[in-house]
Design a protein around this ligand. Structure first.
Ligand code: SF4
Ligand code: SF4
Length: 360
């Protein structure tokens, strides 16, 4: 199974949509031993550990100890990228996918995250390329009201120095981010939805040259549309993906350690086999006409409607719009597949759950 391993709750940034830097003190650090972790993980014969925080690169010695202790595990990482180049080369090269937070062009990224972040992140991703890292490097965007999805995704996709293999985003909606928005409805109507339509059109037009650009939310959703194979919750939370919090408790999702409902065990007394499929999304998702394609978007939001039902529905409208835009273009994709220009394999992503939630 997949485990987000929270290496610390501290962060070295204080982004407008997160305020992670505020976590301090012993309660913010790992409070279990590697032996405790080993007793738990030894009961699972397919372990994937996803380094997570806070900011996981603040605890590189712990990260390398974990990698030494579990040599057969697969590793992923989500990082803000500021200290990426401090990870020893032979360790970082063992990581299958690195998700690096970057929100778009310099003014957008630095506006949300802090001055100088954009340039430092790119410098460190260039370093990652320069040492011969051959895993997947994903630009992971948090999208909020200063974002223009079309402009920002194109910017990241078109970067040449360094190249990102994939671009993923998630909307900054539904938890304590409400204050970040002055007019969510107008932003969706005038910026986000038209931007998605344009992005889908250009993505599909670009396939005529045999290239399927790495736009993460589009790839697996188009795969489902093309194959008709339904998807469950794509982030895997509560199904086969869990978070091991700093106190050893096990949550369905890494972002909600303080929500009681989300804690489903503890590494000291829970067996991995009792976790599988422990929590699933409830209505309105299973009754939704797009459930087979969407999969439910987010378990946390499904359980805690922090924007109320009206807010939940507004975000669903953005999902439905993206699905509809992809469906509209799917006949062109089918023709390209029929004539052998591209193949269905181009839409298989991710190879393993790498922490991309898929549905924005
Ligand atoms: S579109 Fe909304 S209601 Fe429908 S499955 Fe997705 S998250 Fe659930
Ligand atoms: S999509 Fe929702 S449930 Fe899934 S990992 Fe993200 S916050 Fe958690």
């Amino acid at each position: 199974m997949n485990y987000h391993l929270v290496l610390t709750r501290r962060c070295n940034l204080n982004c407008v949509y997160c305020h992670g830097g505020e976590e301090t003190g012993p309660q913010a650090e790992v409070q279990y031993s590697l032996d405790d972790l080993a007793s738990f993980l030894e009961q699972d014969d397919d372990v994937q550990l996803m380094f997570y925080g806070g900011e996981p690169t603040l605890r590189i010695p712990l990260m390398t100890k974990v990698m030494d202790r579990f040599p057969n595990a697969r590793f992923m990482m989500q990082t803000n990228g500021l200290l990426l180049n401090k990870i020893p080369e032979d360790y970082v090269k063992r990581i299958h996918s690195v998700l690096v937070s970057i929100d778009g062009p310099e003014e957008v990224t630095d506006g949300y995250r802090s001055k100088g972040v954009y340039e430092r992140v790119l410098e460190n991703v260039r370093w990652l390329r320069s040492i011969g890292f051959d895993g997947d490097i994903v630009a992971r965007m948090a999208v909020s009201q200063e974002s223009d999805i079309y402009r920002d995704v194109c910017h990241l996709l078109n970067l040449k120095e360094p190249v990102f293999d994939h671009v993923h985003w998630q909307l900054n909606v539904m938890w304590d981010a409400e204050g970040n928005w002055t007019d969510f409805d107008s932003w969706v109507k005038e910026s986000y939805s038209p931007g998605i339509t344009q992005l889908v059109k250009e993505w599909v037009a670009g396939m005529k040259n045999g290239k399927v650009a790495g736009i993460v939310p589009f790839l697996p959703v188009m795969h489902t549309i093309l194959t008709g194979k339904p998807s469950l919750l794509r982030c895997g939370s509560g199904l086969d993906t869990f978070a091991i919090h700093v106190d050893g408790s096990i949550g369905v999702c890494p972002i909600s350690p303080d929500w009681e409902f989300s804690i489903v065990g503890n590494i000291k007394d829970t067996s991995p086999r009792n976790l599988k499929n422990i929590m699933i999304v409830e209505d309105p998702c299973p009754s939704c006409e797009e459930y087979d394609i969407c999969g439910g978007r987010c378990l946390f939001v499904n359980k805690q409607r922090l924007w109320g039902q009206e807010g939940f529905d507004k975000v669903c409208d953005t999902v439905k719009h993206m699905i509809s835009a992809l469906q509209t273009e799917s006949s062109t994709v089918r023709q390209l597949m029929k004539s052998g220009v591209i193949s269905i394999d181009s839409f298989v992503y991710p190879e393993f759950n790498n922490g991309c939630e898929i549905i924005p």
